[in-house]
Unconditional design. Structure first.
Length: 358
C-alpha cells in the first residue's frame, strides 16, 4: 500500500490526552491518547503517517454530533477534520455545482444556499456537524436527504492511500446509510462533498409540520430555513448552548424498518386495531415505524430520567446528558429502552450515533 508523501514540511501538531467531551454535542467522553487537527489533505496524510508508524487505531472526528464517546476515552489517534478550503462554484444552465470542504459547518452552508434563494437543502437547516459528516449517515429531515443533492464525495481511500472521487451511485445512499457507515466503514476519509442544486427548484414543503406552518403560503427557501430551525428548537433538536435538551446526539434510535406483519404484533400488544399503529411505506413491501412512538408506548415519555441521563423533555427520540452524565449512564438507559421495546413488540431498535472507545 503506497501512501503519497506530504509535499510540505510537517506542520501538524499532535496533542496528547485531549478530552473529547468538548468536541461532542453530548458533552460526554474521556480523552484521546493522541489528537490532531488537520486543515489540508497534506496534513491528513501526515496524521495518518503518524498513526501508521506507531500502529495506532484511527478515528475521524467531524462536529461530534453523532457520537457517543466512552468514559475511558480512545487509545488511538483522533483526527479532527478542519479542512475549510473554498472551491469556486460552477454554474451550468440552471444548475449550480458547488464543492465544499469537509470541515465546513453544515448549517453555515445551508444558510449560504438559502440566502441566495436556492432550494434543495433548506429542510436540512439546523442539523449540527460538518459537511464531511453528512454523507456518512445520509442525513435527512423534514422530507429531504443530503443524498438528494450530492453528486460526488472526495475522500482519502485508506486501502489504497489515494484520493478518490466517488460518484453518487458509488456512495450507496439509503435511509441513514451509505457505504461509509456500512460496507466500507472506516475506509474513506471525506475531504470534500460536491452538491448540485437546481436554481428553479421550489422549497420542499412535503412534511406535515412545514405544510401546517406555511398553510397555503409560498415561502422562499430562507423562510423554510428559518421555519425548520424554529420547529427544531421547539423539539430540542437545535443546538442551543446551555439547554440540557440539546446535550444529545439527536435521534438516538433509527426508525425501524420491518415486515408489514409486525403491525399485528404491535396492535395485539397494545390492544389496538392495526390501522391505529402509525407507519409509513418502506422499500420492498416493508414498513417504517416511528421509533419515538414505540418508545412512548413502551413507557419512555419525554422527560424520563435515569440517573444523569434521560429522554429529552421536548423529543422522545433524543437521549440527553441531563447534567454531568457519563457514557455508562447513557448506555444503561439505551439498554433499558431497547430491552423494553424488544420485550413488548419484538422489535430491535438500532442505535443511530456512532460509539467510540467502548
Ligand atoms: C441536536 C441534533 C439534531 C440532529 N438532527 C439530525 C437530523 O435531523 N437528521 C440527521 O440525519 N442527523 C441528525 N443529527 C445527527 C448528526 O448531526 C449528523 O449525523 C451529522 O451529519 C454528523 O456529522 P458530524 O460532523 O458531527 O460527525 P461526527 O459526529 O463527528 O461523526 C459521525 C461519524 O461520521 C464519521 N465522520 C465524520 N466526518 C467524517 C469525514 N470527514 N470522513 C469520514 N468519516 C467522517 C465519524 O468517523 C463517525 O463515524 C442530529 C444531531 C444532533 C446533536
Amino acid at each position: 500500500m503506497l501512501y503519497p508523501q506530504p509535499v510540505q514540511p510537517p506542520k501538524i501538531r499532535i496533542q496528547e490526552n485531549v478530552s473529547l467531551a468538548p468536541y461532542t454535542t453530548f458533552r460526554i467522553g474521556g480523552p484521546a491518547r493522541f489528537f490532531a487537527e488537520v486543515t489540508t489533505e497534506d496534513e491528513l496524510l501526515e496524521a495518518i503517517q503518524f498513526a501508521r508508524e506507531r500502529n495506532l487505531e484511527l478515528f475521524i472526528l467531524g462536529g461530534g454530533s453523532n457520537l457517543l464517546v466512552g468514559d475511558s476515552g480512545f487509545d488511538g489517534l483522533v483526527i479532527h477534520i478542519a479542512i475549510h478550503i473554498a472551491t469556486p462554484t460552477i454554474s451550468s444552465g440552471h444548475f449550480i455545482n458547488t464543492t465544499v470542504a469537509a470541515g465546513t459547518d453544515w448549517n453555515a452552508f445551508v444558510l449560504q444556499i438559502c440566502e441566495q434563494g436556492i432550494s434543495g437543502v433548506e429542510c436540512l437547516a439546523g442539523i449540527p456537524g460538518s459537511i464531511g459528516g453528512t454523507p456518512v449517515q445520509n442525513v435527512g429531515a423534514y422530507g429531504q436527504e443530503v443524498a438528494d443533492t450530492i453528486t460526488a464525495v472526495r475522500a482519502l481511500d485508506r486501502d489504497t492511500g489515494t484520493f478518490v472521487d466517488l460518484s453518487h451511485k458509488q456512495c450507496g445512499f439509503a435511509y441513514r446509510r451509505s457505504i461509509f457507515n456500512t460496507t466500507h466503514r472506516g475506509r474513506y476519509i471525506v475531504t470534500a462533498v460536491t452538491f448540485r442544486l437546481d436554481r428553479n427548484a421550489k422549497p420542499n414543503l412535503s412534511y406535515a409540520d412545514l405544510k401546517r406552518h406555511f398553510d397555503g403560503l409560498t415561502p422562499t427557501s430562507l423562510d423554510v430555513y428559518n421555519a425548520v430551525r424554529s420547529i427544531r428548537h421547539s423539539k430540542g433538536m437545535l443546538i442551543v448552548e446551555g439547554e440540557a435538551d440539546c446535550r444529545s446526539a439527536g435521534s438516538f434510535f433509527k426508525n425501524p424498518i420491518v415486515a408489514k406483519s409486525t403491525l399485528a404484533t404491535i396492535a395485539s400488544a397494545l390492544k389496538l386495531s392495526v390501522d391505529k399503529v402509525p407507519h409509513w411505506p418502506a422499500d420492498k413491501g416493508q414498513i417504517k415505524l416511528p421509533a419515538a412512538w414505540l418508545l412512548e408506548q413502551a413507557g419512555f415519555h419525554k422527560g424520563f430520567a435515569l440517573g444523569n441521563a434521560g429522554v429529552s423533555s421536548r423529543h422522545t427520540l433524543a437521549l440527553i446528558n441531563r447534567s454531568n452524565a457519563t457514557a455508562a449512564e447513557v448506555v444503561t438507559l439505551r439498554d433499558v429502552i431497547q430491552q423494553q421495546v424488544k420485550a413488548r413488540f419484538n422489535i430491535e431498535l438500532e442505535q443511530e450515533p456512532v460509539q467510540l472507545g467502548f
